[in-house]
Design a protein around this ligand. Sequence first.
Ligand SMILES: *Cc1c(COP(=O)(O)O)cnc(C)c1O
Length: 394
Amino acid sequence: MLDSLMRTYARLPVSFERGEGPYLWDTEGNRYLDALGGIAVCALGHAHPAVTEAIRNQAGRLLHCSNLYRVPVQESLGERLSELTGNDAVFFCNSGAEANEAAIKLARLHASQRGIGDPAIMVMEGAFHGRTMATLTATGSRKARAGFEPLLPGFVRVPFGDLNAARRAASNTPGLIAVMVEPIQGEGGIVTPPAGYLKGLRELCDERDLLLICDEIQSGMGRTGQWLAASHEGVSADVTTLAKALGNGVPIGACLARGAAADVLQPGTHGSTFGGNPLASSAALAVLETIESEGLLNRASSLGQRIEQGLRDRLGEQPAVEAIRGSGLMIGIELREPCGVLVERALERGLLINVTAERVIRLLPPYILTDEQADEIADTVSALVLEFCGTGSK
Ligand SMILES: *Cc1c(COP(=O)(O)O)cnc(C)c1O
C-alpha cells in the first residue's frame, strides 16, 4: 500500500521490476530508456555484470563486519579512489548527505583545532547538499528549508557563480573556515558557473587559508568526462564528497580529503556503522574498475557532446528554450516556463527524464549508451519540447 509510506515523494504511477543496460521494464512489461539513471546513480546502467558479480561474490562471503576491524576491500577502495581523484584519505558512509555531514564536521573540527571559536562555512544560493539538518542548512532552496527552523548557525550564503560576492563575503566573515560548492549545480538546474569561477574560489581559499569543499555527489564519478568535475578547471579541492554513482545503486558515500584535511578526523570524532562495509565497498570497487577498463570517462564525454549537439540542432533556435547546458552526461535544457508535465509525457513515450528547478529538463543517463540510444534520447526530448512549445507535430 502506498499509504503505508510517508509521503516524502510524489510518485509516478509506474513501477519497474527489471533493468538491463540503459533499459527498465515496468510491471506490465513495457520497456523504457532510462535517461535519469535513478538520479545520476546507475552510471553503468542496470544489472551491469561486473557489479552484479562483485555483489554476488561478496554476499556469499561476508556482508558486513564492524569498522572496529580492518576491512581489506574498504582499504583497496579507499586507495583506488584516492589515486584516481588525487586525494590522500577517505571516510566512507552511506549517502550523499552523510558525506557532506562528514565534510562539514571535518571543517569545523579543523577550525576548532586551530582555535577558531565561531566558524562559518560559505555556501551558495541554489545549492543542494542533502536533507539532514546541517546539509539542509547548507542547501539553498528556501522551500526545502521551510518549517525546519531553527537551522544550524555557521553558514553564510552567496550567489553561485559570482566570485566578487564570494570575495566580499570572505572579507566580511571573520570566522570563515571553508567554502562549500557544487562545481555544477544539479538539483538547482544543471547550473554551470562562469569559466574560472572554481579556480577563483581555489585562489580565495589559498589566500585566506580556507578549506575548499567540492560536493561532487552528482557531478563526480566520471559523469562530466573526468573523475571529478573540478578537474576541468585544474582545481583540486581540499575535501570532496561523492555518493550517487559510486556504488551504481548500492548505497555508499565518500568524503575524500587531501593534505592536512586528510588527518583531521581521528578515532572518536566521527564514524558510521555501515560505512564502507564489505558489500558496498566491493560494489564500488567494481564500478571504478569498470569505468576504467571500459574507457567510460571518454565515453561519457563524447556521448554528452553527441546528445547536446542533437538537442542544439533541433532546439537551439527555439525562443521557448532559454538554454541548453551542462558537461558530459549532466545535461540541462532550461525552458522559459514550468515544464514538470514533460516527465509524464516522456514516460508515455518510454523515456525516463526529470525536471528540476521547475523549468529545467534534466538528463543524467548512464555512460554505457550506444550512439543510437544517445540519439534516441536527444530525438525524443527534442520532440517533447517542440510539442510543449506548440511548434512540433503531435
Ligand atoms: C543527491 C545529492 C546530495 C544528497 O545525496 P543523498 O544520497 O540523497 O543524501 C547531495 N549533494 C548533491 C550535489 C546531490 O546531487
